[in-house]
Design a protein around this ligand. Structure first.
Ligand code: G3P
Ligand code: MG
Length: 354
């Protein structure tokens, strides 16, 4: 324990351990806070018997909004101030690809929000399914754009020419699709095109551009009592239907987010910076233990356990029963600790340290 630099805090700061939290199914469900989450944040912010403040960050596979907007939502839900400096969502690492590609197709989210997010990341030429549907309504026979959607879509033919003048260099699925049928059609069209050129069809089915998903979660925890289908399910459908319609050729797509170790490494860097800027700790001295609290064994526990094997510091996985994992079943990836709620997870970590 070292003295804090923030005079307002007036409390000690834990310098040898920290927490990282998954969001859906751990802190929030269907936009509503899980009640124990609010209490858990208070405990981390010093309301514990030792009066110690514990640094923490958030690492969600979700997305579809600017990071700043999502932090505002979380601040209200959890009754604390959440800063973008302690927050990573599924598409955050995609910003590192902005300079790699010219024209990209961005899928998912409400309206054209993900186009705005992609442009804020530095992507220079972003097209969306709405743009393609506006230019050629036959692309998805049963999908009719509303007037608002039509007006919000870019006019890809405004400068003359045809759709086949446009070459998509990469596809980024930023957030969950709001219309799986038309998005599936459009992703497949590009995967089967001649080098990403719209409205073309490859003869060899091996020249489509790369396809990136912000995560691979097949299930996630929303308001419904049972887990809901996520982006990973769409990914599996894309790959399966591609193979079925491309003479058996396999399509390899890529996923960011948890359980990728690179995502946890990204989180490690963020946590180090956050501990330094917010709590005055030395950036080059990582905490001995990071407790990761998640609800999905396949992403949260798998990734945390993999991280534990690749770094000298301890990554300690805690699985809760408030989300995707169903109490009484055997999780596919074994956590270090299984607890009921995030509040139990926080108590467990702190007691293990103090
Ligand atoms: O779409 C969101 C979801 O797949 C998972 O979010 O917070 O549980 O990583 P989270
Ligand atoms: Mg979750």
């Amino acid at each position: 324990i070292t003295a804090p630099i923030t005079p307002a805090a007036g409390q000690d700061v834990a310098d040898n351990f920290a927490f990282a939290f998954d969001i859906d199914g751990v802190l929030v469900r269907g936009g509503q806070p899980i009640p124990e989450a609010i209490e858990a944040m208070k405990v981390l912010n010093g309301e514990n018997e030792w009066g110690v403040r514990v640094p923490y960050i958030f690492l969600t596979n979700g997305g579809g909004k600017f990071e700043t907007e999502r932090c505002q939502d979380l601040s209200k839900q959890l009754e604390i101030d959440v800063s973008p400096g302690q927050f990573i969502c599924g598409h955050t690492p995609m910003r590192e690809f902005a300079d790699h590609y010219g024209t990209v197709l961005v899928i998912g989210g409400e309206g054209e929000k993900c186009r705005d997010v992609a442009e804020s990341y530095g992507f220079k030429d972003v097209i969306t399914p709405g743009d393609i549907l506006r230019a050629n309504a036959h692309t998805a026979p049963f999908r009719k754009l509303t007037e608002i959607e039509h007006n919000n879509a870019r006019d890809l033919l405004a400068r003359g020419g045809t759709l086949s003048d446009i070459v998509v260099e990469a596809v980024f699925v930023f957030a969950d699709s709001r219309d799986w049928a038309s998005d599936l059609q459009i992703i497949l069209d590009i995967a089967q095109s001649k080098g990403g050129r719209l409205e073309t069809r490859s003869e060899t089915f091996d020249e489509g551009p790369p396809i990136y998903f912000s995560h691979g979660d097949v299930l996630w925890s929303a308001a419904h009592e049972h887990a809901r289908l996520g982006m990973g399910a769409l990914r599996k459908i894309v790959e399966t239907v591609f193979e079925d319609t491309s003479g058996g050729r396999k399509l390899t797509t890529h996923a960011f987010g948890k359980p990728q170790v690179s995502t946890f490494e990204f989180a490690t860097r963020l946590l180090q910076q956050w501990r330094a800027t917010q709590h005055g700790l030395v950036e080059s001295e990582p905490p001995a233990t990071v407790y990761f609290v998640g609800d999905t064994p396949e992403s949260d526990i798998r990734g945390t356990n993999a991280m534990n094997e690749t770094t000298e510091n301890e990554w300690y996985s805690i699985l809760v029963k408030t989300g995707v994992y169903q109490a009484g079943t055997v999780p596919k990836y074994t956590p270090r600790k299984l607890v009921d709620t995030v509040l139990d997870a926080v108590h467990h970590g702190i007691r293990r340290e103090m």
